[in-house]
Design a protein around this ligand. Structure first.
Ligand code: ATP
Length: 518
């Protein structure tokens, strides 16, 4: 299946099985806004718990907060968002479609990378064991030519971004003959800046109302509470503050399903450190965060670090963790060394002293900050796209069949087990209910008695339930059940009182946390 088909199927599957619905669907939807359904909300909550506990439980010096979405408008002036939270936009005059100029160029870079990768893969097949990728990259004329093209484009792009040179971005689009994916033409407007913040008004009368912004990131809620947390928690540097919450951006183009939304959720952690130590902590958090991703078992080669072409106005180092989505490697998380920019700005704009007295140095300073910032929804999309499989299998009557299975990591799966009576009579349903009544305090359980067992298994595979427990006549005699494993489809007969520990071991987040140690 090609990646585009896979992505379309994933979107349809997410809707059909109660993961994600377009927002306001009966009114034809609202651009780039989505709702999470009955299974989606469970998966999302589990992702958040995986992140939250990995921050709060595993780090003695990280604590959490939950700050309000509405904040004093001066905060966004101080943070630089009012003046600089812009994206460069460009329109195609024929299709009337709007694009981010930087994204169009990034896609062009990715195309060139794709050509290089293709050459390498072809050669790998041709030369087999003796293939040396490094030498091939250094000597193959087609690879060298494309690499040169990539380097030139990349350096022009970085220059234009760093100088906020909008005409330069337009020139790059023209020079590289980048066309609109819809109309196929090069009939572009000039590039303009567009501020991404949504605003609204607070207050009951027009005169006294205050223009406020819907926060475009959760981080500022942490910065403005730095003093509160440090003092009340008697926190000693280095320490971190974590937060999960909604953020809003009036994205110019919002395609690719939940990858880029106008209302989304972030999980951010700001780690406050002594000035001069920030790059050491930056490296440490890079390692910690990539391990957190890789612990899910989706394959090491599907992740990479990406250095930023342009550092944000507040940063002295920045890197993205990218995942190989069906539409290519894309950012899931950003790790930024934000210097003392934010706290210093808030100190200046609020007039309040925001400093830390370091008893070891016997001096006060504005702490430096390393932040890790990840989107819940992008993480959700990553997990769904890495877990969706269509497999050829043989059904019980020997015929070929296809099963769709979501191989979700068991600790994140929305439903942990489904209990099924083989038939709807002779006390089997009651026995199945008894098992659920015992297990429902620990796990999210489902009960299903409709259709053949095979069909019921298939339904659970499609929503990613890792375990099915079947109650049959033998259960009534010896208190054993069949447990069926989603991934291997293997079945095993076990005593009912073993079920809790078998499942408990597999679905505990501890299994993931233990991988973070190594
Ligand atoms: P991009 O370059 O893709 O616009 P960004 O660099 O602006 O992203 P950050 O400001 O670093 O993103 O935000 C941190 C994280 O928040 C991102 O890594 C991403 O996971 C998530 N995120 C940002 N914007 C969106 C969005 N519009 N929809 C969903 N998630 C988002």
């Amino acid at each position: 299946m090609n990646q585009e088909d896979l992505f379309k199927k994933l979107i349809a599957h997410s809707k059909e099985y109660g993961y994600i619905f377009p927002s306001s669907e009966i009114y034809d939807g609202l651009g780039a806004v989505y709702d999470y359904g009955q299974n989606g909300v469970e998966l999302k909550n589990n992702i958040k718990k995986y992140w939250w506990d990995s921050m709060i439980l595993l780090n003695e010096n990280v604590v959490g907060i939950d700050s309000a979405i509405f904040m004093h408008p001066t905060i966004w002036k101080a943070s630089g968002h009012v003046d600089a939270f812009n994206d460069p936009l460009i329109d195609n005059k024929d299709s009337k479609k709007r694009y981010r100029a930087d994204v169009l160029i990034e896609e062009e870079l990715a195309k060139i990378e794709g050509k290089i990768d293709k050459e390498i893969e072809k050669a790998r097949v041709r030369f087999g064991e003796s293939f040396d990728e490094k030498i091939f990259r250094e000597t193959n004329p087609r690879v060298l030519e494309n690499q040169q093209k990539w380097n030139d484009l990349h350096s022009h792009f970085a220059n234009a971004l760093n100088n906020a040179d909008l005409a330069g971005l337009k020139q790059i689009i023209e020079d590289n003959e980048i066309v609109c994916p819809v109309s196929g033409t090069r009939n572009w407007t000039e590039v303009r800046q567009f501020n991404l913040m949504f605003s609204t008004e607070m207050g009951s009368t027009a005169d006294s109302s205050l223009k406020i912004y819907l926060r475009p990131e959760t981080a500022q809620g942490i910065f403005v509470n730095y003093l509160n947390v440090q003092k009340t928690g008697r926190m000693k540097i280095p320490f971190g503050i974590a937060q999960i919450g909604k953020a809003f951006r009036n994205e110019i183009v919002a395609r690719q399903f939940i990858f880029r939304m106008r209302e989304f959720e972030q999980m951010e952690m700001q780690f406050f450190v002594r000035p001069g130590t920030e790059l050491k902590w930056f490296e440490q958090w890079k390692e910690t965060r990539i391990k957190w991703h890789k612990a899910l078992g989706f394959g090491e080669s599907n992740y990479r670090f990406h250095e930023h072409e342009k550092l944000a106005h507040y940063a002295n180092a920045a890197v993205d963790i990218e995942f190989r989505f069906p539409f290519g490697f894309k950012e899931v998380e950003g790790i930024h060394s934000r210097t003392d920019f934010d706290l210093s700005q808030h100190q200046k704009f609020s007039g309040k002293k925001i400093q830390y007295f370091d008893p070891e140095l016997n001096e006060s300073y504005v702490p430096f900050v390393v932040e890790t910032s990840i989107g819940v929804d992008r993480m959700f999309l990553q997990i769904m796209s890495a877990s969706y499989f269509e497999e050829e299998i043989e059904s019980s009557d020997g015929k070929k069949d296809t099963r769709v299975v979501l191989r979700l990591p068991a600790p994140l799966a929305p439903v942990k087990l489904c209990v099924m009576p083989l038939i709807k009579k002779e006390g089997l349903p009651e026995k199945a209910r008894e098992i659920i009544d015992e297990l429902k305090f620990e796990f999210n359980c489902q009960y299903d008695e409709k259709d053949s067992i095979g069909k019921r298994y298939r339904r659970q595979d499609a929503i990613g339930t890792p375990f099915c427990v079947t109650v049959d006549h033998q259960t009534m005699e010896d208190n054993t059940v069949t447990i069926r494993y989603r991934d291997s489809m293997a079945q095993e007969r076990v005593a009912i009182d073993q079920v809790k520990s078998i499942i408990g071991n597999q679905v505990s987040l501890r299994r993931l946390f233990e991988k973070l140690k190594s």
